[in-house]
Structure formats: structure tokens, C-alpha cells
Design a protein. Structure first.
Lengths: 152, 717
């Protein structure tokens, strides 16, 4: 099997995997970072959202080859001490319940605020509609994104 | 259908008496392999700091509370320690919380279902804290050689009332743990609460923001293999033959093995592809060539089930409750109403797909994973592999949602069987397609309601007949349904002639507990029908309900609250409709008002206002969060998705066809938690059953179109 060098959260990892293997499983089972979650496998739920060169993408359908030479950021790379404005706002609004989808929610929210520092509700809808939450934390996610915009 | 809320005193004494010896049981920290909070070394003896099975205080004063309720999002990771800390008189911000071992002897049954954690443990947890505090006070009094009454406790210190001298709990634990736990510790007055009633932030939240939180699917065990399992698409098909040549040619695939799981008495077979990584297992599974004998199961469709239910509705029904004479009063009444309501199968779809790791060895079994039922896992493995309970180790983690699905042992059965066959630990991960198509599911139902209004405009007779499968009676020849299938039918309305009955149906499709269980289907029918009767009686829907609940303070309280908060009695804005519904679930009372608007020709749910009276609110913000969550889940099952059956299979395969509510569809939600000093009641489910009827009643007010089948399509209104 071919060997790939992946840059994840500014660190290089060498992985020896099938070229079709989606980044999700490479990151979880070969790089060993478990914060990126498996939810549906067909890019419908957003639990596996990561950043590829700063852009949010669904890792469950993206083959490992697509990441060659690009910078991957996962939930583990967002901050050292849970002190990114989005994380702080998530605590302030007590967003998570089970927490399983929240890695993906936060990755989408961080990317949104990078592009639109003061997002409207419509901006939030557009950026977050790809992230499902079965616990139903949407209202708190919306408030927390507005709050994070104030904190940045 | 009601439970006594008292904690048996015997149970408390048993638990208190067990303090002193610390069983050698391990655990997986919910905060990952490097526990960020605390690592109490139970295996190698931290018995010196054990004051009782829930409370550990070491000599330098570090306090650790063991939480015996698995966390699936419901917030008991914070709420249970809050109750202990209140009576123990410690600052909750300075204590550590860790999950307890799975041990029914020490902790009672730990299954988290039916919104029971707080209501069944409130008094017990208070006694656990208060009893430990009394032991610490007695120890201090002994050191000072004074009467215990001359001391009091505050913020992890015992204070001498006369001298003001202080001893920390850490200084006292060595003496205190030698004392007998008091049988009847004094509990605080509610007015003295410092912790209970406060919306304290949940301490499981930070680890859920940076990838640290460890769910079952995240666990790795040395030597572990991964399995993906192909199962009969018609749920109960028989495996005739298979060709695994191509599957085994996939790099990483090690084995292809038959396995099985039992769900409520019916054995369901599968063919597992086992590999050294999950992706390889999935690829191998796609290469399998399997022949199934589907028998006549392919003839089943949603329509066939519906026809069966309609037919069954005319058969004799089991009566669960009756008063007065329904038949006579119905026949004699001038205004008669009849209506039937349908609900579909539903899926739990927790965001974390089902998974389990099991290692079966000659004399031991070990489980790692997310479960609502740690004791059940232990019982299952102990019985199946003839291993004593003490040799079964249960490592339960945070759950990525559960909603009832994780109370069963079926996935652990598959993992254990494959571990036994391969001699290695095996991690089974279900795909989302497995989750949606294999079940078990929330039962679908037909509800047939009849009611009569007399000449004075009063509701005099009501019959509610439920036709559905019964979770508790799914196999065998017994045709009697249990009264569980009538859950959520309100028997508090003052209706002189009432009959609640049901007809049991049995199919190959497995059904199970789903958030609020039968309340989720029956309340839709019942509260829709009450609305129809209110209109027939020409009364306001809230006034109509209030008039039937004159002696019921708690229903009246929540109804009045939502009436006020929704401006119910004000004239409606243009193109706006409002609807109301109420329910009692797990001891809590909920009233809900849904508001819909016609915006650019389309009907849109714009706001949901709920009031919940669940007795003493231990942590009001968690109650609000649970109710918000119930509303979102309830909206999905009301107008987004249900499961349909065609050719014997579940049609919806993944989230592209089983559509769940997304953020832009989520209406404004307002939850009002009623102040109360009553016994705390369950909060994890009561917000769900009223969502569908409140919304469809609101749509009726606006459009005069009565929706009697779920899920409906908003765009088709």
C-alpha cells in the first residue's frame, strides 16, 4: 500500500493505507485522533467535519489522496486550552448534550466566523445546515455563534 | 401505570453498609486515556479514602464523587453529584466526578431509561451525602471530645460551634470511615439549598469541545479487530449460502464469520467481515455474495401493516381502564366524533452509530463501549459465557446519544460472539444504514378514538383504542397486550365515561423503547382528539382542557403558564395559528403551545413554548436543554421523517432519506421550568409527546385542516 505524509494540526504523520480510504478513517484509526466522528458515511451529517487548508470539508467521503500537500485541521487543533472564542461561547451557552456531533459543529462554526466575523442568522443557517444534531442543540448553537462573534 | 416515588429504606441501608470494602473493578475515564479529572486507583486500593461507595475523600482533602448513572447527553453527570454535594456540604466546583463501576450490589440498577435517574435517586443521593457528612461530624466531635450537636459542617469543613475551630474533611476521613453509617441522616430543608436548584454548568462539556471526550466508538484495545456485519435486509431472513472469496481478498480482512443477535426473543443472523481496520472490513463486506431465504417477508409493506391494523381495530380489544358506561353514553349523545390517527415506525438514530468491543476469554469477559445498561451487559456476558459476575469487567463510556437504543444487549452479543470465535477482542461498528434498517424501532400505531358531547356541550364519553406491537410481548402465542401500550393516554381528564383499550399485533419487525416510548404515539392521538372535541363543543382548546382538569393543580399550572407566555388569549396575528397539548410522562407535567405562520404561502412552525413541572428542578438549565432536545426530536418525527416498509425492508437507508430537522428549520423554543418543592421527576422525555399534537392543532387553527397521520409533509399543506 502506498505511504502518505499528512499534515494534521501542524504535525506530519506517515500513514500506509489504501488510496481510497477516506480521511475520516485515516485520521481516526491511523493518525489516532478520535475527535473527528463517524456519523453517516455519506456527507449528510457533518460529524466528520475537518478543515482542509482552512476550508470545512466532510472527511468521510474524501479519499486520503485528496489531502496530499494540504494542511488538515481537526477539532484537536482548534486551541491548546479550550480557549478559542467558539469553544468559550459553547461553554457559556452550555451547547452540548451528548456531545458527539459537536466536533463537527465547532469546525463548521470556526470556519464560518473566519469568513464572516459578524454572521447573520441566514449566514449561520447556510454554514451550519450540514451539521445534524439529534440532541437538538440548534438554538444554543445559534446563540453561541453570535456570542463567539462578540468574543473574537 | 404509576410508581411509588419513595426510595426503599432497605436499599439505602444496603448501599451505605457496603462502604468499607472496595471491590477491585476498573473503569474507563470518560475523559480519555489520560484522565483529566482524576484517576482513583480502585484496583490497587484507594480504600483508605472511601467513605461510602459514592464518596471518596483522601487525607489531603481531595473529594471525588462516583457517579453511577451513565451519561448520554441527559446531564446526570452533573446533576447526580450536585445532589450528593448539597447534603455533603462541599463546594461542587472543587470536587472531582468520575463514573462508578458497573456494580448492582453497590449502586443499585444503573440502567438509564425512562427519565428515572433523578426521580429514583434524589432521596437516595441526598442520604448518601448526608450520611457521610454525619460521619465526618461525629469524627470531629470525637477529636474535640464534644457532642456531635456542637458541630456543624460547611464547605468541606466541620466547625466547632463553641470555639470556631475547624477540621477539614481530609483530616477526618480516617476516623469517619470506621464509623457505622447512620440509618436516618438529617436532610436539609429546601430553603437551605446552595446547589440544588442552580443552573450550574455541566462539567462534561469542556471535554466535548476539543476531541477529548471518549465515546464507545473511540476506544481501542490492544490486538483488537474490527467487524462490519451484513444482515438480512428483511430482518428475519435465513442465511442460505455465501461466497466470501472476494471479501477475503481485500487487504486487511482476516475472517468472514457467521454471527447472530437476539432481539426480544427472535434470533437475527448476520455475516461478519473482520479486518485489522474498519475501512477494510467495510470494503470486504461490499464484496460478500450472500443468498438469503426471505420466505414471505418480502410481501410486507407499510400499506399491508396499515390494512392489518384497520382490520384488527374491529377485533375484541383488551380493556386497560374504564369508568362509567362508554357504549351507552356514546350511543345516546347528540354529538358524536370519531377519528383515527396513525404514526409510523421511528428510528433512534443516535449520532454515534451502535458499537461495542468485547473480549471473551476462558475465565473472563470484558466490555468497552457506550451503554445505557451496564448491569445488563454484565448479566448478559456472565450468563452467556458462564463466567462469574466478578470476572466480567464493564467499561462504560460517554454515549453519543441513545434515546433507548443503547439499553439492549444485541450489539454486545455480536461482538462477544465474534471475540469468542476469533480469540481476540472485536469491535463491532454498525453503519448508519445498519442502524436505520435493522432496528429495533419505535412501534407504529393506529389509534381509534370516539367521543361524545352532551346537549350541554360537555364531554361525557371517550374511548381510545390503541392498535400496535407491544415491546413487552413480541414473540410467542400470547395475544394479550400489556398496559404499556396505553402509555401517554391522559386519564386525568374528568370524563365520566371512559374506556382505554388496545389490540396487540405481532410482526417480524422488532420494536423497542424510544424516547418517551408509547407516549410519543398515543399523546399525538389523544391530544389531537381532545382538540377535535373542544372544537365540537365550541370551546377554546385551553379552556376546554382546564375545565376537565379543575382539580389538577399541576396540569392547570403548566397550562396557565403556556397560555400566558404564548399570549394565547390575545387575537391572533395575521396568518398565524396556535395549538396546545399536554402530557404527563415520568411524573412530570408538560404543556406546550406551538405557533405556525403562513409565510409566502408556506406553513412554517415559528415558535414552540413549553412549560414543564418536574417537581424540584435540580438543575433548571439541564431541564431546559432536555426539553429543547425533545422538541427538536419531536419535530423530526412529526413532519420530517418516519420509517416505511417496502418488500419487507426499511426503505430509509441513511440521512439522505431519513431526514432530520436541521438548524434552519429549528423554530424558536422557549422552555419555562415551573418552580416547585415537590419530589423531582423525570425530565429527559416529557417534552417530546406534546410536540406533534401541539403543532397539528396549531395547523388546524390556521388552516382548518386536521392532520391525523404522521409524518406529514409541511410543503403539502
Amino acid at each position: 500500500m502506498p505511504e502518505y505524509t499528512l499534515n494534521v494540526n501542524n504535525k506530519n504523520y506517515k500513514v500506509d493505507v489504501d488510496q481510497q480510504m477516506p480521511l475520516l478513517w485515516v485520521i481516526r484509526d491511523f493518525v489516532g485522533l478520535k475527535g473527528t466522528k463517524f456519523g453517516c458515511g455519506i456527507s449528510q451529517c457533518g460529524a466528520c467535519t475537518i478543515h482542509l487548508d482552512g476550508t470545512p470539508v466532510r472527511a468521510c467521503r474524501l479519499p486520503v489522496t485528496a489531502a496530499a500537500g494540504k494542511k488538515i485541521t481537526t477539532i484537536e487543533g482548534i486551541s491548546e486550552n479550550i480557549d478559542h472564542a467558539v469553544q468559550k461561547a459553547w461553554i457559556e451557552m452550555q451547547v452540548p448534550q451528548c456531545g458527539y456531533c459537536q466536533s463537527g459543529q465547532i469546525m463548521s462554526a470556526v470556519a464560518l466566523l473566519k469568513n464572516k466575523p459578524k454572521p447573520t442568522d441566514a449566514d449561520i443557517d447556510a454554514a451550519m445546515r450540514g451539521n445534524l444534531c439529534r440532541c437538538g442543540t440548534y438554538q444554543r448553537i445559534r446563540s453561541a455563534i453570535h456570542r463567539a462573534a462578540e468574543l473574537i | 401505570m404509576k410508581f411509588s416515588s419513595a426510595i426503599p429504606r432497605r436499599k439505602f441501608l444496603k448501599i451505605a453498609a457496603m462502604s468499607g470494602t472496595c471491590l477491585a473493578l476498573g473503569y474507563v475515564s470518560v475523559f480519555g486515556e489520560e484522565p483529566k479529572i482524576v484517576n482513583l486507583d480502585l484496583e490497587n486500593g484507594n480504600a483508605e479514602s472511601e467513605l461510602n461507595p459514592f464518596i471518596y475523600i483522601d487525607t489531603d482533602g481531595k473529594i471525588t464523587l462516583l457517579n453511577h448513572r451513565p451519561e448520554m447527553g441527559q446531564g446526570t453527570f452533573e446533576a447526580i453529584p450536585m445532589i450528593i454535594a448539597e447534603e455533603l456540604d462541599v463546594d461542587i466546583a472543587n470536587i472531582n466526578i468520575m463514573p462508578s463501576p458497573a456494580d448492582r450490589g453497590k449502586y443499585g440498577d444503573q440502567m438509564v431509561v425512562g427519565s428515572q435517574s433523578i426521580r429514583r435517586n434524589y432521596e437516595l443521593m441526598r442520604r448518601v451525602g448526608a450520611s457521610a457528612k454525619e460521619m465526618l461530624i461525629i469524627a470531629a466531635a470525637g477529636k474535640w471530645n464534644i457532642a456531635a450537636e456542637k458541630c456543624y459542617a460547611e464547605n468541606a469543613m466541620v466547625i466547632n460551634r463553641s470555639t470556631g475551630a475547624k477540621l477539614s474533611y481530609g483530616d477526618l476521613v480516617a476516623d469517619a470511615r470506621k464509623l457505622k453509617a447512620p440509618d436516618n441522616p438529617t436532610l436539609k430543608q429546601a430553603k437551605d439549598f446552595k446547589i440544588i436548584g442552580k443552573s450550574l454548568p455541566r462539567r462534561d462539556i469542556p471535554a466535548k469541545l476539543n476531541g477529548d471526550a471518549q465515546f464507545g466508538i473511540d476506544i481501542e484495545v490492544p490486538g483488537m479487530l474490527y467487524a462490519s456485519i451484513e444482515r438480512s435486509p428483511v430482518l428475519l431472513g435465513k442465511l442460505i449460502s455465501f461466497d466470501d472469496t472476494k471479501a477475503k481478498a481485500v487487504t486487511g480482512v482476516k475472517y468472514v464469520l457467521k454471527t447472530q443477535r437476539e432481539v426480544f426473543g427472535q434470533v437475527r443472523v448476520g455475516l461478519a467481515v473482520i479486518a485489522d481496520n474498519y475501512w477494510a472490513a467495510l470494503q470486504g463486506r461490499k464484496m460478500l455474495e450472500v443468498k438469503w431465504d426471505n420466505g414471505d417477508l418480502e410481501t410486507w409493506t407499510t400499506q399491508k401493516i396499515k390494512d392489518d391494523y384497520i382490520d384488527a381495530s374491529r377485533k375484541p380489544a383488551e380493556v386497560f381502564e374504564q369508568k362509567g358506561d362508554f357504549d351507552k353514553t356514546f350511543n345516546d349523545a347528540p354529538v358524536k366524533i370519531e377519528a383515527s390517527y396513525e404514526t409510523p415506525y421511528q428510528t433512534h438514530a443516535p449520532m454515534e452509530p451502535m458499537n461495542a468491543i468485547v473480549s471473551v476469554k476462558k475465565d473472563t469477559c470484558e466490555f468497552w463501549g457506550s451503554t445505557q445498561n451496564p448491569n445488563g451487559m454484565k448479566d448478559f456476558l456472565s450468563k452467556k459465557y458462564k463466567v462469574p459476575q466478578d470476572s466480567v469487567k464493564i467499561n462504560y463510556t460517554l454515549m453519543g446519544g441513545a434515546f433507548g437504543r443503547r439499553s439492549l444487549t444485541d450489539v454486545v452479543e455480536e461482538a462477544a460472539d465474534l471475540s469468542k470465535q476469533t480469540g481476540t477482542p472485536v469491535k463491532v461498528i454498525w453503519t448508519r444504514e445498519d442502524d436505520l434498517t435493522q432496528g429495533p424501532f419505535r412501534a407504529c400505531s393506529l389509534n381509534v378514538c370516539r367521543g361524545a358531547i352532551n346537549k350541554d356541550g360537555n364531554l361525557v364519553s371517550l374511548e381510545h383504542k390503541v392498535i400496535c406491537q407491544d415491546i413487552r410481548n413480541q414473540s410467542g402465542n400470547n395475544s394479550k397486550p400489556t398496559d404499556g401500550i396505553a402509555g401517554g393516554i391522559n386519564t386525568e381528564y374528568a370524563i365520566p365515561n371512559l374506556r382505554i383499550n388496545g389490540v396487540l399485533r405481532k410482526f417480524y419487525i422488532p420494536v423497542s423503547y424510544w424516547r418517551s416510548v408509547y407516549h410519543s404515539t398515543n399523546c399525538f392521538a389523544h391530544e389531537s382528539f381532545i382538540d377535535e372535541l373542544a372544537y365540537a363543543a365550541k370551546k377554546d382548546p385551553i379552556d376546554f382542557r382546564l375545565s376537565l382538569l379543575k382539580n389538577h393543580k399541576r396540569y392547570t399550572g403548566v397550562l396557565q403558564k403556556v397560555a400566558e407566555k404564548s399570549n394565547w388569549y390575545s387575537p391572533r396575528e395575521t396568518d398565524t395559528g396556535k395549538g396546545v397539548a399536554i402530557v404527563e410522562r415520568s411524573g412530570a407535567f408538560v404543556a406546550m403551545v406551538a405557533e405556525v405562520k403562513r409565510l409566502q404561502g408556506k406553513i412554517v412552525p415559528t415558535k414552540i413554548i413549553a412549560a414543564i413541572d418536574c417537581g424540584t428542578p435540580v438543575n433548571p438549565d439541564i431541564i431546559r436543554a432536555q426539553t429543547e432536545g425533545c422538541i427538536v426530536m419531536g419535530l423530526t418525527s412529526t413532519y420530517k421523517s418516519g420509517l416505511t416498509i417496502d418488500k419487507g425492508k426499511v426503505v430509509e437507508q441513511n440521512f439522505n432519506t431519513y431526514k432530520m430537522l436541521r438548524i434552519e428549520e429549528s423554530p424558536a423554543i422557549e422552555v419555562h421550568v415551573i418552580e416547585s418543592s415537590e419530589q423531582p421527576e423525570g425530565a429527559g422525555e416529557p417534552g417530546l409527546p406534546t410536540v406533534a399534537p401541539a403543532l397539528t392543532n396549531a395547523i388546524f387553527e390556521l388552516t382548518k385542516k386536521r392532520i391525523r397521520a404522521l409524518p406529514f409533509k409541511l410543503e403539502e399543506l
